[in-house]
Ligand binder design. Structure first.
Ligand code: ANZ
Ligand code: ZN
Length: 833
């Protein structure tokens, strides 16, 4: 009998058994299962190493929790809508639906080959009407709640194809390999070269079209403040979201407009606004305001454009252009603003650099102390005043450069001599025209996409009634058959397009925009709870019992959009009365990148190592044991081989033991030592699994295997001790290498499944001190690996223990220190503080 571990055969066999026994199905009566979720994949056609790593993490953790006795919800589905399916259909003369189905079949098979334990009875596919009808239903609920707006927005426009282009359809001319983003609706191509249409190579312009928005800005404050409480999220992700939301404290200042009525526009007595509010982060500079500027979309600009051709022309050209090419252009209007403190008359401009949806869409120009204001003033010959004296260097010439720092007020009337930090508060408190205010950089979420492969927005346009929602009974509005055409295939689908108005019964046209695919992924986690529910998107009671997602794992490219949208949806659903919880995710793990020769592994770089090459189990074990989940690591053949060898070793130990039969029965001293080591390993590995440190769990397992081998060779092991050692190894490794786990379990036990086994318990209690000691030793190993410090003595050990979040972060920080310094002990000290 050979003791070679034939991984292909072993995998196939156990996968068959798991499926036969339906071991991953969640009991529908479970009170509060542990919800472990990996970000579902975009249906690109094949799994890449990032997916494998992501799902290996959730799988190992799910299995660990299951062995701990938890009910576990570990589902999988497909993020199936998006631009790449349309591109593929266009290029391969197929249709997005068939292409997507083919991708799903292939990817599901790949996931199954890896042996990931999903409850496939909960599989969802976002491009199926059964799923997307709920996108439409939720859209309608948000619409009724006032969270949907229909507004003009600038979009990319190809004059040759006569169609709107998604950002991902705009490519750089130089860049031959420009790939659409994974999610199909990601970031715009960076714009250094010429931005051209992906199909016809024509330079892309801008156009204003009416678009659908979700008013996520209504939740800016809660989305911002809530981040503080998300203690299970990485600090980095929270910080990125905080910056994205961009909370800014400052003041709102009201400027009266001088009444004006003439050929070039009407204000006061006419249609224009009589006051203009500006938002500023620096009210203490108000005495330095020398002009007022409003955005081209501001009410004042619109009112003036009615009768002032210069303003009208400027507004038109700016709004059709890329905001980045607008620079500091602007047009002076005939309007005049009254400075609320000095009564001075300030010229009023319409300027493209003032953004419509930031603050109030209007600014007071303070050229002396604001860079953009300075550039604008230079361009338009406006006065530049100094109202803040930079202490110590009053040579500062604000004519040449704005001074943006703090100092002491001057030229500011009764406030002269005050420190600038304090002066702002005083000025705001003293004047009715100024008021404390907060704004957010966050913009509303534009969900309109002028393309086929997405959820149709359930609205119709009626000449008499305007925009009317499709009644719930008529949902889903299904996609028409796909046609290959230059523009939006939905515009070309004439029969589909023509409908009747639900309100008046007259002729109406369907909305032809589809939803951003990020809508699909904003609530999919809820559909997994009750995937077949026919009369609601999800079961509210179940959601209240089962949420939040206990652990969510995914790539950090989703740190902003997906995770922000999910949080927004959860809050909105809570306000609709559909959910109790306002935050969807308790613990978030942002997995690192798998590198290959220093580059990110990806199909476009042709460096994806196919999992089959090493056997699925080896790949899983390797990606988990190579590094902490949040750390990047290098894919090297040597290390992969290490993961393979570990499996062979454990397998051989088990087969040898079974073949040779039980050994010695009388107890000796070193048997107790080994028994205690087994206990300690159990305690340590448990702790490592709890904290997702699979790499360290793997090291512990490896060391116990080494010890057991020496033990066996020394003078023959005690049968019970050795057997327990091997069974322990089988159980401890089962979450990471489940096929091997089953094989070992079966050899040693002859019955039952490792996946359903109980997590091992120490026979004798392992003291907290001993456990801590052991974990610290491992940390030091991690640190030594990275820093290559020859010796860290007792003193530093203690400090490492007390350092906040020392386990992983310390190692990370030390690695940065090591890169710049020489990795000496003093570096270690400063990092540890
Ligand atoms: C007057 C002022 C004086 C400002 C000063 C700054 C410094 P940052 O610059 O990122 O801190 N602002 C407000 N609304 C705007 C809009 N819709 N479009 C463009 N700019 C706008 O952002 C805050 C500043 O951005 C605001 O404070 C305002 O300029 C400008 F010494 O007002 B400040
Ligand atoms: Zn109508």
């Amino acid at each position: 009998m050979t003791s070679h571990y034939d991984h292909a055969q072993v995998q196939e066999f156990w996968q068959y058994v798991w499926e036969r026994d339906d071991v991953y199905a969640l009991d529908a009566d479970a009170a509060d299962p542990t919800y472990v979720l990996g970000m579902f994949p975009y249906t690109s056609g094949t799994l890449h190493m990032g997916h494998v790593r992501n799902y290996a993490i959730t799988d190992a953790y799910s299995r660990y929790r299951r062995m701990q006795g938890d009910d576990v919800l570990h589902p999988m589905g497909w993020d199936a809508f998006g631009l790449p399916a349309e591109n593929a259909a266009f290029e391969r003369k197929t249709d997005p639906e068939s292409w997507t189905q083919a991708c799903i079949r292939r990817m599901r098979e790949e996931l199954e080959t890896m042996g990931f334990g999903y409850d496939w009875s909960r599989e969802i596919t976002t491009s199926e009407p059964d799923y997307y009808r709920w996108n439409q239903w939720l859209f309608k609920r948000l619409y009724e709640a006032g969270l949907v707006e229909y507004e003009a927005a600038a979009v990319n426009w190809c004059p040759d194809c006569e169609t709107v282009l998604a950002d991902a359809q705009v490519v750089e001319r130089e860049d031959e390999h420009s790939e659409p983003s994974d999610q199909g609706s990601g970031e715009a191509a960076s714009s250094d070269g010429t931005r051209v249409c992906w199909r016809c190579d024509t330079p892309v312009g801008r156009r204003e079209l009416d678009q659908w928005f979700f008013t996520i800005t209504d939740y800016a404050e809660e989305l911002h403040d809530g981040l503080d409480d998300l203690e299970g999220w990485p600090d980095g992700v929270r910080e990125i979201q905080r910056n994205w939301i961009g909370r800014q404290e400052g003041a709102r200042i009201t400027f009266e407009m001088e009444a004006y009525s003439g050929d070039r526009g009407d204000i006061g007595d006419g249609d224009g606004p009589e006051t203009v509010d500006v938002f500023t982060t620096r009210p203490e500079t108000v005495y330095g305001a020398t002009y007022l500027a409003v955005s081209p979309g501001h009410d004042l600009a619109r009112a003036l454009a009615e009768s002032d051709d210069d303003v009208a022309d400027y507004v038109d050209t700016v709004r059709e252009r890329d905001p980045e090419s607008v620079g500091f252009s602007g047009v002076e209007t005939d309007a005049t603003a009254i400075h609320p403190l000095t009564g001075a008359e300030l010229p009023v401009y319409v300027a493209g650099y003032v953004l419509e949806d930031v603050g109030t869409g209007a600014v007071m120009g303070v050229p002396g102390h604001n860079e953009r204001g300075h550039s604008f003033a230079r361009e338009h010959d406006l006065p530049i005043e100094r109202v803040i004296d930079p202490e110590g260097s009053d040579e500062q010439d604000v004519e040449t450069e704005a001074y943006t720092g703090d100092g002491v007020l001057e030229g500011s009337g009764e406030y002269d001599g005050l420190a600038s930090e304090a002066a702002g508060d005083r000025i705001v408190a003293d004047h009715d025209a100024l008021e404390d205010d907060v704004t957010y950089r966050l913009r509303d979420w534009l969900i309109s996409r002028q393309r086929y492969w997405g959820t149709p927005i359930p609205m119709v346009h009626c000449d008499d009634c305007g925009r009317v929602p499709v009644p719930d009974e008529e949902l889903p509005v299904e996609l028409p058959e796909f046609v290959r055409t230059t523009g939006n295939p939905l515009d070309a689908a004439e029969e589909w397009n023509e409908t009747t108005c639900p309100d008046c019964g007259g002729p109406a046209r369907r909305e032809t925009d589809t939803m951003d695919t990020f809508v699909d992924s904003s609530w999919y986690y809820l559909r997994f709870l009750s995937p077949d529910l026919a009369d609601a998107p999800f079961d509210t009671d179940l959601a209240d019992d089962w949420l939040p997602i206990d652990v969510y794992v995914g790539g950090d490219e989703h740190a902003i959009l997906h995770l922000l949208y999910t949080r927004f949806f959860t809050k909105a659903l809570a306000d609709l009365g559909l959910l109790e919880r306002r935050e969807p995710i308790r613990e978030l793990l942002s997995q690192g990148t798998v590198l290959y020769d220093g580059e990110k592994m990806s199909s476009s770089k042709g460096n994806v190592v196919a999992p089959e090459e090493y056997g699925a189990e080896t790949t899983r074990l390797f990606v988990l044991s190579a590094a902490h989940p949040e750390q990047d690591f290098e894919w090297t053949a040597n290390n992969v081989r290490g993961a393979y060898d570990l499996q062979q070793t454990l397998y051989r130990m088990a087969t040898d033991f079974v073949e040779e039969g039980d050994a010695r029965v009388e107890r000796r001293d070193h048997d107790d030592y080994v028994a205690r080591e087994i206990d300690r390993t159990i305690a340590a590995v448990t702790e490592e699994y709890e904290r997702f440190r699979f790499h360290r769990a793997a090291t512990e397992i490896q060391e116990l295997a080494r010890l057991l081998r020496r033990y066996r060779e020394y003078d023959g092991p005690h049968g019970d001790v050795y057997r327990r050692g091997l069974l322990t190894l089988a159980a401890l490794i089962a979450p990471m290498a489940p096929h091997l786990g089953e094989e070992l379990w079966n050899k040693l036990r002859g019955e039952g499944l490792a996946v359903e086994a109980d997590w091992p318990e120490p026979e004798r209690e392992v003291s907290a001190v001993q456990l801590e000691r052991r974990l610290v030793d491992r940390t030091l190993e991690d640190v030594r690996d990275i820093v290559d410090v020859a010796a860290i003595d007792e003193a530093e050990r203690i400090e490492l223990v007390v350092a906040p979040d020392w386990k992983y972060r310390t190692a990370e920080l030390l690695s940065q220190t090591a890169a710049t310094g020489d990795g000496t002990v003093s570096d270690v000290d400063s990092v540890v503080e």
